[in-house]
Design a protein around this ligand. Structure first.
Ligand SMILES: Cc1cc2nc3c(=O)[nH]c(=O)nc-3n(C[C@H](O)[C@H](O)[C@H](O)COP(=O)(O)OP(=O)(O)OC[C@H]3O[C@@H](n4cnc5c(N)ncnc54)[C@H](O)[C@@H]3O)c2cc1C
Ligand code: FES
Length: 333
């Protein structure tokens, strides 16, 4: 495979990227911290100006790409591969040297064999892959699963770091490419995984922790809860978990168990179509926040789930005076 030199303009580092290798992935493998957030094409944080060189675009219609980008030679490093030596200039200034860099894990490539598959709810499954070596990430982060033929999707890890067994909680959307492919994998199948990605990991400190999951967003929240539970973390931990109906509130018993094992834990469920006798909030997760979150501006917030839920929660928290730096989230789409 041809290898190319990628140089960050303005005296930044130079690293190597292979033909066909995503620039962002190559940088992370080399320990070079380029700005990024979603890893797949929606957030625009990885956008750079291509000062010199030629690239291939893997996802020209990515949501983060605008019609002006081509004219201005702007590309997404998460969806571009080198076709020559390159010089790039990140647009997201101030992120080149991230404050968290010392604790950052370089992204690694793994091969995973599917060793576990359970039905948790309607079209919702837990998948367990055994990697060839232990996975190193921070709880709350996600992996990119490569199903072949260029089909790659992000999935949050619900398991703890440091084990070769990596677990995911995922939803199947009938007729849609990635989730159908994942849900049709037989036991023993192998996939390539790239991890870790994402910014939704637990910040140290004494501030209350608010964890908010919509649907399968519980995957990332479970990992954070397992981490807090194992550490018997003394901080107040408020968990909000919303779904449509009770069967979709998967892993509820485990979430309840983990929360009750925390000195300052509390759990609030919200259902939009509850059955009779549901003791939680009848409505959206934002209704539960309005009811049960007294002083959000004093807390750190972590949220994951479908885009409409994440956007509604972001608007709710912002309206209540929470600074953006106190909100870490993954929008699942
Ligand atoms: C950070 C993150 C974490 C996630 N965690 C989970 C999780 O824990 N559990 C879970 O069930 N789901 C999770 N998702 C959602 C998951 O990645 C898929 O979007 C979901 O499975 C539906 O995929 P699909 O292919 O079936 O649907 P589709 O609607 O076909 O595709 C889903 C998304 O992929 C985008 N896409 C299309 N082509 C490409 C491409 N070439 N490269 C990259 N993206 C492309 C589409 O724009 C669309 O928004 C997460 C998403 C993100 C971004
Ligand atoms: S668009 Fe989000 S990391 Fe590339």
């Amino acid at each position: 495979m041809n290898r190319y030199a990628v140089t960050v303009a303005g005296g930044g580092p130079t690293f190597e990227a292979g033909a066909g290798e995503r620039i962002l992935g190559a940088a992370r493998r080399a320990g070079v911290w380029l700005p990024f957030e979603c890893g797949w094409g929606s957030c625009a944080l990885c956008k750079v100006t291509l000062v010199e060189g030629e690239v291939g675009l893997l996802f020209p219609d990515a949501p983060a790409v605008t019609p002006r980008d081509a004219r201005r030679r702007r590309i997404l490093t998460c969806q571009s591969t080198p076709r020559s030596d390159l010089t790039i200039k990140p647009l997201a200034v101030g992120l080149m040297v991230r404050s968290e860099t010392p604790a950052e894990r370089p992204t690694a490539d793994h091969t995973g064999e599917l060793v576990g598959r359970d039905e948790l709810g309607p079209d919702i499954r837990r998948f367990v892959f055994r990697l060839e070596r232990a996975a190193d990430f921070r709880e709350g982060q996600y992996a990119i699963l490569d199903f072949g033929d260029g089909l790659r999707r992000c999935y949050s890890m619900s398991s703890r770091s440091g084990s070769p067994l990596v677990e995911f909680v995922t939803k199947r959307y009938p007729g849609r490419a990635g989730s159908e492919r994942l849900h049709s994998l037989p036991l023993g199948a192998t996939v390539e995984l790239e991890l870790p990605y994402g910014d939704m990991w637990l910040r140290p400190g004494a501030r209350p922790v608010v964890l908010i999951a919509g649907g399968v967003g519980i995957s990332a929240v479970l990992a954070l809860l397992r981490q807090l539970h194992a550490a018997v973390d003394p901080r107040p931990v408020l968990v909000f978990y919303g779904a449509g109906s009770r069967p979709e509130l998967v892993c509820w018993d485990e979430v309840e168990h983990l929360v009750h094992g925390l000195p300052g834990g509390s759990l609030h469920g919200a259902l939009t179509s509850p059955e009779n006798g549901w003791p939680g909030t009848n409505g959206l997760v934002t209704d539960a926040l309005a009811e049960h979150l007294p002083a959000p501006e004093t807390a750190d917030h972590y949220l994951a789930g479908p885009p409409p839920m994440v956007d509604a929660v972001l608007a709710h928290l912002r309206a209540r005076g929470v600074e953006l730096t106190r909100i870490h989230y993954d929008r699942f789409g």
